[in-house]
Write a protein that binds this ligand. Structure first.
Ligand code: GLU
Length: 294
């Protein structure tokens, strides 16, 4: 891996303050960028305006600063990048890959089968005449999409069977996360994506978009997610709680432990924490299990 070119990023959605799960993702992506002497960019994923919480973006930035994260360059705000998403959508439309879908969420919830991530859309509107106020969907290819994740190993997905044609732009005019993230990662020259495994099922959709748009596919590392399932040590209440910018060390140490560091020492300050975390990272970023055949 050429370390001089490494460009990583952290892309929080400002739907609430920074919580422990996003701190883990921030820590992993930041440590990986530092280990490669790379840059680390920050992007506010505020494309879904109705879900944005006023003040959350600033609170996240303050919390990151208080925990000692230092990002490179200007912060990107998705809410200001409509033109970029419009151009990406147009490029897909020009290839005849997009169609309007007037199915309501309610209809789909009642009739569609559950897939890897929500329901499986079987293309009911593919051959229907375009309707006004409809969502726009991408025709997914009938092929298996596979990639090698640095943590999860070989991951493969048959999108047509497991998720179906997915939304690029919602009926309310909002660009979907999948389209925005692919356009942004490419425009920002991101080479390495380190994020939570809750997004693992999104990655094949993003790879399909990259291929259709002629964009490079970054390397991926999907970190274990902080679960709130019953029986897990960490309760939902604990996790949903914002982390305290006044007391950064306990959360950072807990996040480093969560990422698998076994002998985390208590430290007196942030510089000491980051030195410990940098030293631990090369051992933490490794495949979780052996490779599975695709
Ligand atoms: N904005 C997404 C989230 O906060 C992360 C997107 C990504 O890392 O690709 O879950």
């Amino acid at each position: 891996m050429s370390s001089s070119r490494y460009r990583g990023r952290f892309a929080p959605s400002p739907t609430g303050p920074l919580h422990f799960g996003s701190l883990v993702a921030a820590l992993g992506s930041y440590l990986d960028a530092r280990a490669h002497d790379g840059s680390w960019l920050l992007r506010m994923e505020d494309v879904d305006a109705p879900r944005v919480m006023p003040g959350a973006a600033d609170a996240i930035l303050r919390a990151l600063e208080a925990h000692g994260f230092e990002w490179d360059g200007e912060i990107t705000y998705q809410s200001r990048r409509g033109a970029v998403y419009r151009a990406a959508l147009q490029a897909l439309q020009d290839q005849g890959l997009v169609y309007a879908c007037a199915c309501s969420r309610k209809q789909l919830a009642e009739t569609a089968k559950r897939g890897i991530d929500g329901y499986i859309y079987r293309g009911a509107c593919r051959e229907r005449p375009p309707a006004a106020d409809a969502a726009l969907r991408l025709r997914v290819p009938a092929e298996r999409i596979a990639f090698d994740d640095r943590v999860q190993g070989r991951v493969a997905c048959d999108l047509a069977r497991e998720s179906g044609d997915f939304v690029l732009k919602r009926a309310d005019g909002i660009y979907a996360y999948q389209l925005a993230v692919v356009a942004d990662d490419a425009e920002q020259g991101i080479t390495d994506i380190v994020r939570g495994a809750d997004l693992l099922t999104s990655t094949p959709r993003q790879i399909v978009l990259q291929r259709y748009l002629g964009l490079p596919t970054p390397r991926y590392a999907h970190l274990p997610v902080v679960l709130d399932a019953a029986g897990d040590k960490l309760s939902k209440q604990t996790l949903a709680e914002p982390i305290d910018p006044q007391r950064p060390l306990p959360a950072l140490l807990r996040a480093l432990r969560f990422l698998g560091a076994s002998d985390v020492r208590e430290v007196g300050g942030l510089a000491e924490f980051w030195a410990q975390a940098d030293a631990a990272w090369p051992v933490l970023i490794r495949p979780l299990r052996g490779r599975r055949p695709a």
